[in-house]
Design a protein around this ligand. Structure first.
Ligand code: NAD
Ligand code: TDX
Length: 341
């Protein structure tokens, strides 16, 4: 198929582009190359005969229309988004723009172009904090951060295109994803790269929040599976089945690196911090997908990747990232304490 992937220079998008090319698809990657977009993620496929990169914004209606026309897309997979909860607390406007308005532009242009499949990459965060049990696709959405609220906007806007126009939309709600090439603002790569440098690890609140960790290859396999086999108008959860407390993940990655637990600092919590996410993936399993990577193997390999790819993350951490890190963690770390009190 000829597929327009948006946000393909980011973490999940770059793994997805590589996977789709490997599986024989033709891919046009539209990415605005914002702070987390990085063409180095796709260095190995940049000359692939079935790959085209287009630099631009999903909010640019004319560009989206002309890409769809020029490349006669069979399908669209929308990965492009502002993605970091902490940044959404510092600057919510950018999230509403890309994650809601940008999704709306893509949907409308794809519908007008007669695209035969549209997959919206959403997130388990749209269900909000789940104190017990597991979210199923029919659960009420209750997003609690500007990030998750904006993603919920894009998610339900996509679904409205099926109800209203019978435009064949499918939605995936993936859980916390980890692996190589993840921008080091997110929990796992931030903690690995800080620990490599013997820097403190800023753990929010009591560190007992829980996430269901999903390896990036498993997430991309799920997205591809839903894109090819999902029922139009349906939502599919994707989760790794690896629910862990943040503090346990931090201690596990320190053990893999041979670094001391004393690097962990309990810092002032994220405002509105969701305590727990957990998705029920029975629906996608019935469709034939299963996660293949155990958390222990995936985390170990991810630690190893960051250990051996300093040339990838060091330039990132010394650029724009520094100002962000200071704004996000400067005060927090100065008033922090170790996990032993
Ligand atoms: P990322 O931040 O690494 O990548 C996002 C990409 O989108 C970047 O390449 C960026 O340049 C691009 N982008 C941002 N705004 C754009 C715009 N207006 N036009 C074009 N491109 C734009 O994020 P990620 O972690 O790879 O997330 C990809 C998708 O998966 C997002 O939709 C995110 O909400 C979703 N998701 C992520 C996770 C996770 O744990 N990382 C889990 C579930 C769902
Ligand atoms: O410095 C930190 N300290 C800390 O304790 C950071 C960055 C995070 N945390 C905690 C907050 C969360 O409980 O770790 C957990 C994971 O944090 P993030 O990596 O920021 O992920 P989360 O907020 O759970 O959201 C992620 O999962 C769903 C992604 O960023 C989203 O893009 C995705 O949709």
């Amino acid at each position: 198929m000829r597929i327009l992937v948006t946000g393909g220079a980011g973490f999940i998008g770059s793994h997805l582009v590589r996977r789709l090319l490997r599986n024989g698809h033709f891919v046009v990657n539209l990415d605005a190359l914002k702070y987390s977009g990085n063409l180095a993620n796709l260095e190995d496929v940049k000359s692939h005969p079935h790959y085209v990169f287009a630099h631009g914004d999903i909010c640019d209606q004319n560009l989206v229309a002309s890409l769809l026309k020029e490349h006669a897309q069979d399908g669209v997979i929308n990965c492009a988004a502002e993605t970091h909860v902490d940044r959404s607390i510092l600057d919510p406007g950018a999230f509403a723009k890309t994650d809601v308005v940008g999704t709306g532009v893509l949907l409308e242009e794809a519908r007008k172009a007669g695209v035969s499949r549209f997959l919206q990459v959403s997130t388990d965060e749209v269900y909000g904090s789940v104190e017990s049990g597991h979210s199923t696709e029919d659960d009420r959405l209750a997003p609690r951060s500007p990030y998750s609220a904006s993603k919920a906007g894009g998610d339900v806007l996509a679904l409205s295109y099926w109800t209203t126009y019978q435009f064949p939309v499918v939605v995936t709600r993936g859980s916390n994803t980890y692996g190589p090439n993840q921008y080091p603002e997110k929990f796992i790569p931030l903690f690995i790269t800080n620990a490599i440098d013997d820097q403190l690890l800023p753990l929010y609140g009591d560190g007992r929040q829980r996430r269901d960790w999903l390896a990036v290859e498993d997430h991309c396999a799920g997205i591809e599976h839903v894109f090819l086999h999902g029922q139009p108008g349906e939502v599919y959860n994707i989760g790794g089945g690896n629910e862990r407390a943040n503090i346990d993940v931090a201690e596990q990655l320190l053990a893999y690196l041979g670094k001391p637990k004393s690097l962990i600092r309990l810092v002032q919590d994220r405002p509105g911090h969701d305590r727990r996410y957990a998705v029920d993936c029975a629906k996608l399993k019935r469709l034939g997908w299963r996660p293949a990577v155990s958390f222990e193997r995936g985390l170990k390999e991810t630690v190893e990747w960051y250990r051996t790819h300093e040339s990838w993350w060091r330039p990132i951490k010394s650029g724009e990232f520094r100002a962000y890190y200071e704004a996000q963690y400067g005060k927090r770390l100065s008033g922090s304490r170790g996990v032993m009190g």
